[in-house]
Design a protein around this ligand. Sequence first.
Ligand code: FAD
Length: 398
Amino acid sequence: MQHRIIVLGAGYTGAIAAGRLAKRLHRDDVAITLVNPEPDFVERVRMHQLAVGQDLKPRPFTEMFAGTGVQLRLARVTGVDVERKTVAVTDANGADELAYDTLVYALGSGWNAQGVPGTAEHAYEVAGRPGALRLRERLARLDAGQTVLVVGGGLTGLEAATEIAEARPDLSVALAARGGLGDWLSPKGREHLGKVFGKLGITAYEHAAVTAVAADHVATADGRAIPAAVTVWTTGFAVHPIAQATALEVTGTGQIVVDGTMRSVSHPDVYAVGDAAMALGAGDKPLRMSCASGTPMAWQAADAIAARLTGGKLPDAHLRYFNQCISLGRKEGLIQYVTADDRAVSAVLTGRLAAAYKEMICKGAAWGVANPMLGLPTRRHRVAKDRAAAGSVAGVTA
Ligand SMILES: Cc1cc2nc3c(=O)[nH]c(=O)nc-3n(C[C@H](O)[C@H](O)[C@H](O)COP(=O)(O)OP(=O)(O)OC[C@H]3O[C@@H](n4cnc5c(N)ncnc54)[C@H](O)[C@@H]3O)c2cc1C
């Protein structure tokens, strides 16, 4: 009997987890199904590039998973029943239900409007492909001199504002940040960011908490009205409500709470990775939503599932950060080195070298999805007979 593993979501973390499981486990013993609504891999870290009109390399899953044994199910997940161990999906043929023995939940996240009035009606976003394509179409219709305001001074906001300003020097680009511009960066990092903003002519509105978005401006908590023909909203990500509707233990924001092996603390046959999961990193600090931490989370989950099924050694990698890689358009970048728990240290890399480094990181992230063993030898282990049967792995402890 094959052990049924279903992976929900084929973004960075779901695709890596599925591919790595296929390399770790013997094909006769497991059936690995990857559920995703799109037939191709979306490089989410490049959505700001897509928004300004750059074309991204197509990455069809049929090529990525050719010969791996991973079955792609093109469908949208509409619900998960962790008691019955089923997943509800819809596709062109209607509704269906899939049964699992082990579930890997990797549905990622979308933009987070944070309930600010007017965002749904007037704001654009770059958290996913549909949003980026909508913004691309809108930017293409803007005339010279019109204002684009990026709301949010985090990594996505910085990348979006600089990308737009570099691609469209005829527009007036501004960024509104709740705090100071790049205030979490080292002094050298902040200085470089300020220089690049100056060079690209981006206006920074600091300490500007946006409280409402209208068709042609935003309002701030301190009473300012900032003009904006287009408002791009980048104030963090929100997870899908699906997990929150299950019996899984989730955080107040709907992330699934997992242990060090990415296993749900409430339901041992469920694993969660990437933006959808709340895992602790160095210093017991929650990992931030990022590829930087999502990728090792996916390795950890796949290796832990394989170990529990085959009776192997559980992985004990510590999840930590090394740097924050920020693109500032195509010609400039900022690599801010950080402590294991993501606090800036003084060292930075800047300029064209940083831009090239960031490009290499993005390429490497996509390459890592198609090559989830990252050079490690593929050794497919047999699933222990007593663990292959439906449901039995849930009770196995390391
Ligand atoms: C513009 C931008 C730049 C970024 N830059 C960086 C960066 O430089 N470094 C970094 O570390 N992080 C960066 N991030 C964050 C990073 O992209 C995310 O943290 C990462 O993609 C999370 O991976 P994931 O697998 O959890 O989710 P995702 O990559 O979002 O994948 C989720 C998958 O689930 C699928 N899905 C969603 N809903 C359903 C459903 N109902 N049914 C079936 N499938 C579904 C989606 O189609 C998608 O394939 C950036 C994000 C953005 C938007």
